[in-house]
Design a protein around this ligand. Structure first.
Ligand SMILES: [Zn+2]
Length: 264
């Protein structure tokens, strides 16, 4: 401890204006105590013709990834109430993660606590998004701060996938246009091995390849859960983009050729 500064602000869980401690996202004990990662701005990917040939030079950072989001009291509340259950879920995911892209895993995790896991996941979305979430979506902080409640309005849906997180992904709330003519998706996304999560608001029940795990909110207590879950790749810092490395590279090549051919 002590490595991370406290800063003043509004706690995104209780709403108090106070000193905010550093909240690891995901929790420090779930393999996020000494993460080495390149922090690359979203736009830098697009300034670049081919991010694989000329990777954008992000600042290499070390230490856990996190945000000054919660007051000390809320931080330790999460740590004692939800993190142990979350850790078990993460350990199960790591055990089945493979060294391959786009694989459908079928597996069972024994004695997991879905409600607590869901509360921890929602707290991570509160942590990465600004305190505007408190005003816009107070139901989210209420769901997390009251450990008994199963009430999370139906407009909120949470999706999960397995991932090695080739690039870790922390995408703040945005509206992702669907270029294929479907509805735009109102979402925020976090990907850090072994899971990726998408929180959507007022969107459809299904997203291709992703598991809708919203019903975790209904299961208090421990149970054995069977899953069929895709392992997806996250090369680009774009929400809902799970193209494999080969797909991304060939599409980049295509667009470069198109630009050259048309003298753009
Ligand atoms: Zn607080």
């Amino acid at each position: 401890m002590g490595r991370h500064k406290m800063i003043s602000g509004k706690c995104r869980l209780c709403g108090e204006k106070t000193m905010l401690s550093f909240e690891h996202v995901p929790p420090k004990t779930t393999f996020n105590s000494n993460t080495k990662y390149a922090s690359v701005a979203f736009e830098d990917y697009f300034k670049n013709e081919n991010p694989f040939k000329n990777p954008p030079k992000g600042k290499i950072k070390q230490g856990g990834i996190g945000f000054n989001s919660f007051c000390k009291k809320c931080n330790s509340f999460l740590g004692s109430e939800y993190v142990p259950a979350y850790k078990r879920w993460v350990t199960g995911g790591f055990e089945i993660l493979l060294d391959r892209e786009f694989y459908l895993h079928k597996y069972t995790i024994k004695q997991i606590e879905p409600l607590k896991i869901m509360k921890q996941i929602i707290s991570m979305f509160l942590a990465i998004n600004g305190d505007f979430y408190l005003d816009a979506y107070p139901e989210l902080s209420e769901f997390v701060s009251n450990k008994e409640t199963r009430t999370l309005p139906d407009k909120f849906k949470v999706f999960a996938y397995l991932t090695r997180a080739e690039n870790i992904r922390y995408v703040n709330h945005m509206v992702k246009a669907d270029f294929k003519g479907g509805q735009p998706i109102n979402c925020s996304e976090i990907a850090f091995p072994p899971y990726g999560y998408v929180l959507t608001i007022d969107s459809e029940d299904k997203i291709k390849y992703l598991n809708n795990i919203t019903s975790f909110k209904n299961y208090d207590g421990a149970l054995d859960l069977n899953f069929s879950m895709f392992q997806l790749s996250t090369y680009m810092s774009i929400p809902l983009d799970y193209r494999t490395k080969t797909e991304v590279e060939s599409q980049i090549e295509d667009s470069i050729n198109f630009i050259k051919k048309n003298n753009m």
